[in-house]
Design a protein around this ligand. Sequence first.
Ligand code: BGP
Length: 469
Amino acid sequence: MKFAHDFLFGAATASYQVEGAWDQDGKGPTNWDEFTKIPGKTFEGTNGDVAVDHYNRYKEDIALMAEMGLESYRFSISWARIFPNGTGEINQKGIDFYNNLIDECLKYGIVPFVTLYHWDLPLALEKEGAWLNKATGDAYVEFAKLCFNEFGDRVKHFITFNETVVFCALGYMAGAHPPGIQNDPKKYFQATHNVFYAHAKAVIEYKKLNQFGEIGLSHVFSPAFGVDDSEESHFAAMHANQFSMNWFYDPILLGKYPEYVVKQLQEEGNLPDWTDEELQTIFEAAPLNDFMGLNYYQPQRVEKIQGDVEARTITRENSTGSPGNPSYDNVYRTVKMADKKYTKWDWEISPEGFVGGLEMLKEHYGQIKLYITENGLGDEDPIIEGEVCDIPRINFIKEHLGAVKEAVRRGVHIKGYYAWSAIDLLSWLNGYKKQYGFIYVDHQNGLARKKKASFHWFKDVIATRGEDI
Ligand code: BGP
């Protein structure tokens, strides 16, 4: 079986992780520009001031993507390049940059797939309360409208937000992302609601413009499975899926929050402050949402916590995606299992979990349109005789594309696959040590680009439409 001709083979990046040029051409500062300078927050104090200088080298990078035969490039827009203060004054040079980037993609027939928010919030808005302040949502909608008007003639795929769970959980529970707040579930759930409301308003605005493109949102896809077949483990998996999947997917796809979670939040006093108008807007936007983007790296293996547990503070060290943490309500914990395979960063490698999760999704939400907007292997790539031999990455992507193929065969409606990432870039908390790209960046040699083994392999996959996968 080959992948259909309208299935997009792509790769992704995000502005803060690749662009650099943090204060070039009128860009305003962001939450991440500030946060990464706080001692101890990131691996060896790395930050995105220069990143891989994609801002100045995008032509070279897009040419390499074109050489790879990439059909689509998913990138994000840095809000602070366009609105240096988050709202108000507009920086034309920021708009020009994204117009040039989009045109450069189109020159080679590469479909631009644009994320509006991939975590870099203008600092002025961060200072005013970030996602806890409903005015941030209003400013976001203005920013989104400007992007639709400026770029929507050529961009036909918009993602409103990337991974609400990550920037909210790490921002308000783990304290590992800005604004660095720990263990505050009330704030965490409030922030997620404010994001869903902003998403809903942006979707409604987009549809008013009749641009005949599509709009959706990308979520983490980390389906939970019990560690064994016991009743407790089934319960733990159900509970985990309610809180990490349904809470995030239901408002976007069904236009309402899952009752199971709402009931618990009510009892705990963690229910977000929301108005009828907000709930109604979320309800009205759901049928206008065109697709869901899934970022799949690993499933969750969960077990029910028995008896009293010692509350564990979540920190940067234990919040980087590896199993071992209890849920915020101490109902279940994620577990590392002896019979599973893991990456160097302890993320489980499970193409089977991917297929199983996709089936679960289909059962719950029906035939929704999906894009895999991120999937990839974070590794330290070996260099042998000057060549970047990222064979584990080839194996990882091969297995996961195989999972996508299997899911399509079983009737899951998947329209594209974006590897994370197009090029080596800054891992938020792991610096440049954790690599994901098809293109290597030599930090010892003026950020020179080099094609990895996976570059040639993926080129062949695209040319043959994955026939051999
Ligand atoms: C996702 C983010 C990406 C990217 C990826 C890998 O959650 O959307 O921006 O960072 O994870 O994560 P990490 O760099 O922590 O390995």
